[in-house]
Design a binder for this molecule. Structure first.
Ligand code: ADP
Ligand code: MG
Length: 184
C-alpha cells in the first residue's frame, strides 16, 4: 500500500459519516469543489444564525499520492469561494493564506502542503497551530508528515486513481464536518 494511503486506516476514531464520490474527470473534481465551497458557507451561516457560538473552523486533511488531485480540489474550492487569482502549491512555504470576501462575510482559508515538513519545532515557531483555532478553513495536503500535531480533522478526503479518473472517499469526524459532508 502506498505510504500516502496508510494514514487513512490508522490513528483516527470511527467516522460519523462516510461518503464516496466518483470523479471521472477534472470537471467532476471542479464541480465537487463548488459543492464543497457552498457547503462550508451554508454550515458556517447556520452556526452563526442559530446560536451565539462562533463557527469553530474546519480542518480538512487531504490524503493521496502525488497527482491524485489534492491541489486541484483546493483550487476548485478557492475559485468557488470567490478567489480569482493564482493558487500556487505551497510545497516550499508549507502554507499559503487566503482572505476571501464571500457573500456571507469574510473568510480566512489556509492551504497547507506538508510534503516537505520536517521539523515539529518549526511548526510551533511559525505559529501554524493558531491557524487551526481561529475559525478558519484549513485544507492540508500531506497531513501524514506532521504526525499527530494536527489532531483529529473535521473531514478527511482520500483521493485515489480509478481508470482515468479519481474516487474521493470523504469521512467526517465532527458534527461540523458531518454537516458539510451531508451538503456535498
Ligand atoms: P496533487 O496535489 O494530489 O499532487 P494535483 O491536483 O496537483 O495533484 O494534480 C492532479 C492532476 O490530475 C492534474 O493534472 C489534474 O488535471 C488531474 N485531475 C484532477 N482531478 C482529476 C479527475 N477527477 N480525473 C482525472 N484527472 C484529474
Ligand atoms: Mg498538491
Amino acid at each position: 500500500m502506498p505510504d500516502s494511503l496508510t494514514r487513512s486506516f490508522a490513528n483516527l476514531p470511527a467516522a460519523l459519516l462516510e461518503r464516496r464520490f466518483e470523479l471521472p474527470d477534472e470537471d467532476a473534481t471542479l464541480a465537487f469543489g463548488g459543492r464543497f465551497a457552498q457547503a462550508i458557507l451554508k454550515v458556517r451561516l447556520a452556526k452563526s444564525d442559530t446560536s451565539n457560538e462562533r463557527f469553530p473552523g474546519l480542518q480538512v486533511q487531504l490524503i493521496g499520492d502525488l497527482g491524485a488531485g489534492k491541489t486541484t480540489l483546493v483550487r476548485a474550492t478557492l475559485r468557488a469561494l470567490g478567489h480569482a487569482g493564482r493558487v500556487r502549491s505551497p510545497t516550499y512555504t508549507l502554507v499559503e493564506p487566503y482572505s476571501l470576501a464571500t457573500d456571507t462575510g469574510p473568510l480566512e482559508l489556509y492551504h497547507f502542503d506538508l510534503y516537505r515538513f520536517a521539523d515539529p519545532a518549526e511548526w510551533a515557531d511559525a505559529g501554524f497551530r493558531e491557524y487551526f483555532d481561529a475559525g478558519a478553513i484549513c485544507l492540508v495536503e500531506w497531513p501524514q508528515r506532521a504526525g499527530g500535531l494536527l489532531g483529529v480533522p473535521d473531514l478527511e478526503f482520500t483521493l485515489e486513481q480509478e481508470g482515468e479518473g479519481r474516487v474521493l472517499t470523504a469521512r467526517a469526524f465532527s458534527e461540523t464536518g458531518k454537516s458539510c459532508l451531508e451538503s456535498c
